[in-house]
Write a protein that binds this ligand. Structure first.
Ligand SMILES: *Cc1c(COP(=O)(O)O)cnc(C)c1O
Length: 224
């Protein structure tokens, strides 16, 4: 293999404090790279395309915990429901309902995160803070016994301004405290704050991320 996945993986792991888990984002990277990280003990991997994930799930060890991190169309939920470990970017009630429906069919409970839209870029998916408040207040999620809401996920703006990134992540951290107190105070499962990527994960760690999603810094640039 021409790329030192193992070395890069350990460089990242060495900088992560206790309580911050690594989701190794393997989209567009070959199985050999995932196997290299797996050999070093990494078990949590993230993918953003259903077909690519399906192939990798079939070909790679079955104790890998796959996180779906991309925008998920409702008609694709049924394909990943039998095996996916967490769906990170849930940004509508409609999607949550479909996950619940497919998860029930499989006799599973699927972990999900609610994706927040805080970044300034208009193209990104996710719930505004108010939309997220409304969704939680409406309470329909309480009846969905086959999804487990484990926390929040967000992507900061793709900018050089470190202060802006920090502000956005801090907004997410404060919002986590707000909804935790209001809706999940007695729910231990609601504990995850998924933010931080290759370029901004040190700031994410400072703003109480529990789960960083890092691809490029481990596997190198993606070949599309
Ligand atoms: C691709 C991707 C990442 C990883 O980005 P890198 O810059 O390669 O670390 C993290 N989160 C999401 C949602 C992604 O789509």
């Amino acid at each position: 293999m021409d790329y030192d996945v193992k070395g890069h993986l350990h460089q990242i792991l060495d900088t992560l404090p206790q309580g911050v888990r690594l989701v190794a984002i393997s989209k567009y990277h070959p199985n050999a790279y995932i196997e290299a990280a797996y050999e070093e003990g990494q078990r949590v991997f993230g993918e953003s395309h259903e077909q690519e994930l399906r192939q990798k799930h079939e070909q790679l060890p079955k104790d890998i915990e796959w996180h779906f991190i991309g925008h998920l169309q409702t008609n694709k939920v049924k394909y990943i429901a039998p095996y996916v470990s967490m769906i990170e970017a849930v940004d509508s009630l409609k999607l949550m309902k479909e996950i619940n429906r497919q998860s029930e069919k499989c006799g599973r409970v699927i972990n999900i995160l609610l994706e927040l839209h805080i970044a300034e870029e208009a193209t990104k998916y996710g719930l505004s803070l108010d939309a997220c408040r409304e969704l939680l207040e409406a309470g329909e999620w309480r009846e969905m016994s086959h999804v487990r809401i484990c926390g929040l996920m967000m992507m900061a703006s793709n900018v050089d301004d470190q202060d802006q990134i920090r502000r956005e992540m801090q907004t997410a951290a404060d919002f986590f405290d707000e909804v935790k107190a209001k809706y999940f105070a007695n729910d231990e499962a609601f504990c995850e704050r998924s933010w931080g990527m290759s370029d901004d994960y040190p700031i994410a760690v400072e703003t109480r991320s529990t789960m960083v999603r890092i691809g490029t810094s481990i596997f190198g640039p993606r070949v599309y």
